[in-house]
Design a protein around this ligand. Structure first.
Ligand SMILES: *Cc1c(COP(=O)(O)O)cnc(C)c1O
Length: 377
């Protein structure tokens, strides 16, 4: 990717390859056919910009979107025509009237939410679309087995709800050998059998890799669309989407015994050459990517040469060890890869003790966002 200079005032650049988001969606859709492939675009499309990502996915053929909140549903509705929009946080108190007006589909996860939606439908005088979420073992959101039994015995409870989907969510789908997967699959089937017939969905990015038994009628990937490789089995058939770069603002020598950064947590054993990069935790570089003496923290790259973070990550700056990097590449203004071909997203997460999901969704507005249109590379 050509390295143009940064927009004045930007802390760095996030390059988002929309064509690859489209081809990732198509690749997953092919893999799960005849099941439908939806797209999860919550949290501003995992930090990448729903205003650009959603139209790209629509153009690729995606007609079902999942968001977390009412505000996100309103944004997706404005960006699409006739798309189905599921709201994963469900019927948050106070959101019902606006959600009904929008035609959004709440993922109802408790008998209280079902009762609220039923009242909303009654007030409007017509049925409203809804999804039901059952808890198959994650113990996050979802109707319990006894809630499902109650619904089975009292079908009137669902009056006014047009059930568009019955879904559940897996706890350990990234680990193919985890016992929870098959156990949750069994529980899900048992609960489905007690509910009115409706399309079903269990799998997100990793669940869809567990095989056709997990696909049901619809899969709901998010992270994989954005190039994430969280699945610990075979490689997910998607390509990287995001590159993040920032720039060096100073290069300096640190003498043997000198400390680097706050609290002097890192001490140079030998003389070192260090580049100071204008990016920090306010930009979304986790402070847990810091490296005290003898530890490894975050890793960046300069023209394909990796360099370790040394010392504490500050709010706006990090220090990286460039002692071994060819001197011609190490100069004020040089581009530093934070995420990209040399430093994959998932490794950035792991090096900071977190996951790529958190890295993506915390990249700050101080970065300029540059979009590559489909066909443009
Ligand atoms: C976020 C989320 C997804 C998407 O998960 P990925 O791992 O990003 O594919 C799917 N379903 C539910 C219920 C979610 O909360």
């Amino acid at each position: 990717m050509p390295q143009k200079s940064f927009a004045p005032g930007a802390t760095g650049r996030i390059t988002i390859d929309l064509g690859t988001i489209a081809s990732n969606w198509k690749s997953l859709a092919e893999r799960v056919a005849p099941a439908e492939c939806a797209a999860v675009v919550k949290a501003d499309a995992y930090g990448l910009g729903a205003d650009r990502v959603v139209p790209t996915l629509s153009a690729a053929g995606c007609t079902t979107f999942f968001v977390a909140t009412l505000g996100e549903a309103q944004q997706v509705a404005a960006l699409t025509k006739g798309a189905r929009i599921f709201v994963l946080d469900g019927l948050v108190p106070g959101s019902g009237a606006a959600l009904a007006k929008l035609g959004g589909i709440p993922v109802l996860s408790s008998l209280e939410e079902i009762a609220d939606w039923r009242i909303q439908a009654k007030q409007l005088g017509h049925a409203l679309p809804a999804a039901l979420q059952v808890d198959s073992g994650l113990h996050r959101l979802g109707l319990s087995a006894s809630d499902v039994a109650h619904l089975a015995q009292n079908p009137d409870t669902l009056e006014g709800c047009d059930i568009a989907l019955i879904m559940s969510h897996l706890a350990s789908a990234d680990t193919p050998e985890a016992r929870e997967n098959a156990a949750q699959l069994d529980v899900f089937k048992t609960l489905l059998a007690q509910l009115p017939a409706a399309p079903a969905s269990l799998a997100a990015s990793d669940g869809l890799m567990l095989g056709a038994a997990y696909h049901f009628d619809l899969v709901r990937p998010g992270y994989a669309l954005y190039g994430g490789q969280a699945y610990q089995g075979e490689k997910t058939p998607v390509a990287p989407v995001v590159q993040v770069t920032a720039q060096m603002v100073q290069v300096r020598n640190v003498p043997a015994g000198g400390s680097i950064g706050y609290s002097a947590s890192f001490r140079a054993e030998n003389a070192m050459r260090v580049a100071i990069v204008a990016v920090g935790y306010a930009d979304g570089v986790p402070r847990t990517a810091s490296a005290a003496t003898g530890q490894t923290g975050g890793v960046v790259a300069i023209n394909g040469h990796t360099a370790n973070v040394v010392g504490r990550v500050s709010m706006d700056l990090i220090a990286v060890d460039v002692t071994h990097v060819p001197t011609a590449l190490v100069q004020r203004g040089a581009a530093v890869e934070l995420i990209g071909p040399t430093v994959p997203l998932d490794e950035v997460g792991a090096a900071a003790g977190t996951i790529g999901y958190e890295i993506l969704t915390r990249l700050s507005p101080r970065f300029e966002r540059v979009y590559l249109e489909p066909g443009e590379h």
